[in-house]
Design a protein around this ligand. Structure first.
Ligand SMILES: Cc1cc2nc3c(=O)[nH]c(=O)nc-3n(C[C@H](O)[C@H](O)[C@H](O)COP(=O)(O)OP(=O)(O)OC[C@H]3O[C@@H](n4cnc5c(N)ncnc54)[C@H](O)[C@@H]3O)c2cc1C
Length: 325
């Protein structure tokens, strides 16, 4: 029987991040093909409360670790010490900030290769294949481990989370966290002033570019996003100008997003921007220049002045919602 599939789960007070349920779905599918068990590993306060939802999404075993998930060194050591003895074929994380921080540490501790930001996982002849975009999304490679274990992170929104109740009762276990080898001490976690919809997890994103001419004009982007229940993104030009925080930036040096719908308003479509959003399911571009490169990638394009188009679009969405209320 193949070694286990271990999925590292991100949670806050027992509430599991959707990106982790997506990773668990991917992991459970791989485990089913390998004939292996799926183990979910959860750190931090409230971890035990997550067991039911993890069991419903394919975890046969849930291991909780009494370690602060924000303390990456301690969390990675504890997870590696839990995963190692299970001789895992695959260790999965979500490609969130948490996963990006922990993944390389866990891979290092397990002496295993890391495939980051994967959009698909499959099994071929008993080994796990991880599919990941490279060269800013221009090419895609399949990665397999030459050793026994592969550590991989899954791009949020690339795989739909689905319920997959495990065959038997979910086994819960707790493991103690190691205290050795701490290279850093976590002193404080500063919460963002506003709890915003996380860009990488949003189903719909409305992004604005330099063509909006000033930060005040993001009000109309916010208004459209509000009607659509969307997150607001931005191009780097906008972030560099100080109109929006860096956490809003989409692209090669910002966030990689994969929503169902991405609306790019007054964004030219530079290759570095496309690198962060090209795997979106549907792309709508609003730009007054019919030659703007964004139109080459867009599924739907509106050639027009954003200052006319966006308020009309917002109104149309509002009316549609009212008609279906
Ligand atoms: C190493 C490196 C990394 C980078 N990383 C990123 C990254 O992560 N993300 C990113 O976005 N960029 C990144 N860039 C920058 C990138 O090359 C572009 O400069 C940037 O994306 C341009 O932003 P923009 O489309 O908002 O602005 P512009 O290129 O200036 O485009 C503005 C667009 O608005 C349109 N417009 C103007 N007025 C209106 C109007 N009234 N109505 C409708 N449309 C209008 C114009 O036609 C134009 O197409 C990077 C660059 C480098 C070199």
């Amino acid at each position: 029987m193949a070694g286990e599939v271990v999925v590292v789960i991100e949670q806050e007070n027992g509430s599991v991040k959707r990106a982790s349920l997506e990773s668990l779905t991917a992991g459970a599918r791989v485990a089913a093909e390998l004939g292996a068990e799926t183990t979910a590993v959860v750190c931090g306060a409230g971890a035990a409360d997550a067991a039911a939802v993890l069991g419903a999404h394919g975890a046969a075993t849930v291991v909780t670790l009494d370690v602060d998930p924000a303390d990456a060194n301690a969390a990675a050591s504890a997870i590696a010490e839990t995963a190692g003895p299970r001789s895992p074929t695959l260790v999965l994380l979500a490609h969130t900030n948490y996963g990006k921080d922990l993944g390389p540490r866990i891979a290092g501790l397990l002496d295993a290769p890391l495939a980051s930001d994967c959009v698909e996982l499959s099994v071929d002849g008993g080994s796990v294949l991880a599919r990941r975009p490279i060269y800013a999304g221009k090419a895609v490679v399949n990665v397999a481990s030459t050793g026994a274990t592969l550590v991989a992170s899954v791009r949020p929104n690339a795989i739909r989370a689905e319920e997959r109740p495990a065959a038997g009762a979910v086994q819960a276990g707790a493991a103690s966290a190691p205290t050795k080898g701490l290279g850093a001490v976590l002193q404080e976690i500063v919460q963002a002033a506003q709890k915003k919809l996380e860009l990488t997890e949003a189903d719909v994103i409305v992004s604005g570019g330099r063509g909006l001419k000033g930060p005040e004009n993001f009000d109309m982007i916010e208004a459209l996003a509000n009607e659509l229940g969307a997150a607001v993104g931005a191009s780097r030009a906008v972030v560099d100008a100080g109109w929006r925080p860096h956490s809003d930036q989409v692209g090669q040096t910002g966030k990689t997003v994969s929503p169902q719908l991405y609306i790019a308003v007054a964004i030219s479509g530079a290759i570095q921007h496309l690198a962060g959003m090209r795997t979106s399911k549907y792309i709508v571009a609003i730009n007054k220049d019919p030659e703007a490169p964004i139109f080459k990638l867009a599924d739907y394009g509106i050639v027009g002045d954003a200052f006319e188009v966006v308020p009309k679009l917002t109104e149309a969405v509002r009316e549609l919602k009212a008609a279906h209320a």
